[in-house]
Design a protein around this ligand. Structure first.
Ligand SMILES: Cc1ncc(COP(=O)(O)O)c(C=O)c1O
Length: 356
């Protein structure tokens, strides 16, 4: 199996270390560790290695599923990866909705064959008919992020039900990466609650501001969850003990406070980006979450050219749309602290003006 370089991660690695301001982070600003109890006793593996039974039961309840259908992982990235490894065999076909986070397309393409279903601006609506047309007799999996990274489109319950019905009719699975879901003001039911043919992956990185906890999960039917357990023995063995302890508090007694603060923060920062987009005559879809995907300003050929010149002139990192297959756009992450966002927008705005 041959994986291509992860273009977004390579881009960030090149520019982030020397930059003053990072407007390309996709999650909400990180929480300080001192708001959590950190006493886990001895720093061993999590036993049982698929996660604490109480925590898995709590997560299962959120999806209306059985605790045995939940496996805790090292972040959502591992949850997605293990799902692909567990479900797909050499040559299996997947349908992937784009634009998306690269691993969700690259891993199934490295194992088998992928048909991309592109969504388009201004609304980034997904045509379920287009997904149906892309499916083949041997399609195993339909994959999407909801809310989307990078567009921030949040597909509603009717579309999700129609997708579910489609995969069920075709004996396939629906994998929905829902790592941004809890940033929605009023999240609708998660994918895995639709039935056994749907798989949800998520974690505490993006919506809770706890990327360093490296705690995620897969919710899938028992057979697939067991296959994920089997694969996990070869990757990270167990989820991180400290990350699990922090995540339990974040999803427990602290959840209401964290989510309310993060949603309020996302909304006020989103308003700042909306003003910026309007002031500079760009187009965007007003997103759910903390990522937007505006058009690049006039005078630049590609997202890479624009983002590179912003970095050189103003030391601000943005993510070029090229790495998502949409080179006339860039992704702006606005989950960071508001004063940093204001400073970043000011600098990017100054650069755009200097070029026009
Ligand atoms: C859609 C999506 N899934 C997974 C990840 C990785 O998340 P985690 O930090 O939980 O591994 C990202 C990171 O940007 C993402 O955008």
């Amino acid at each position: 199996m041959e994986l291509p370089p992860f273009e977004l991660e390579r881009w960030l690695d090149e520019y982030e270390p020397d930059a003053d301001l990072m407007l390309a982070e996709s999650g909400v600003r990180s929480l300080p560790v001192d708001r959590f109890d950190l006493d886990v006793g001895e720093l061993g593996y999590v036993i049982p290695t698929d996660g604490s039974p109480e925590f898995r039961a709590d997560i299962a309840e959120r999806y209306d599923r059985d605790p045995e259908e939940v496996v805790l992982t090292c972040g959502t990235q591992e949850a997605d990866y293990l799902t692909f490894m567990g479900l797909l065999s050499d040559g299996d076909h997947s349908v992937v909705v784009s634009p998306t986070y690269q691993s969700l397309a690259s891993v199934p393409a490295a194992i088998g064959d992928v048909t991309e279903v592109r969504t388009e601006p201004p609304k980034w609506n997904l045509s379920v008919d287009a997904v149906a047309d892309a499916m083949r007799l041997d399609t195993q999996l339909v994959v999407l992020t909801n809310p989307s990274n990078p567009t921030g489109k949040y597909l509603g319950p009717e579309t999700m039900q129609a997708l579910y019905d489609l995969v069920e009719e075709n004996d396939a699975y629906l994998l929905v990466d829902e790592v941004y879901r809890m940033l929605a003001d009023d999240p609708h039911a998660p994918a895995a609650s639709l039935g056994p043919r749907a798989i949800s992956t998520a974690g505490v990185s993006k919506s809770y501001g706890l990327a360093g906890a490296r705690l995620g999960w897969v919710v899938a039917d028992r057979e697939l969850a067991d296959t994920v357990r089997k694969w996990k023995d070869y990757t990270t063995i167990s989820p991180p003990l400290l990350g699990q302890h922090i995540a339990q508090q974040a999803l427990g007694e602290q959840e209401a406070d964290i989510l309310e603060a993060n949603r309020t923060h996302a909304k006020s920062n989103r308003d700042l980006v909306a003003e910026f987009v309007e002031r500079h005559d760009l187009d965007w879809f007003e997103p759910t979450g903390v990522n937007g995907f505006p058009t690049i300003p006039d005078g630049f050929e590609t997202g890479k050219e624009f983002c590179r010149s912003v970095f050189k002139a103003e030391s601000v990192v943005l993510a070029p749309g090229d790495v998502f297959g949409y080179p006339n756009r860039f992704r702006i992450g606005f989950g960071l602290h508001t004063d940093e966002l204001e400073e970043g927008l000011e600098r990017v705005g100054r650069h755009i003006k200097s070029r026009n």
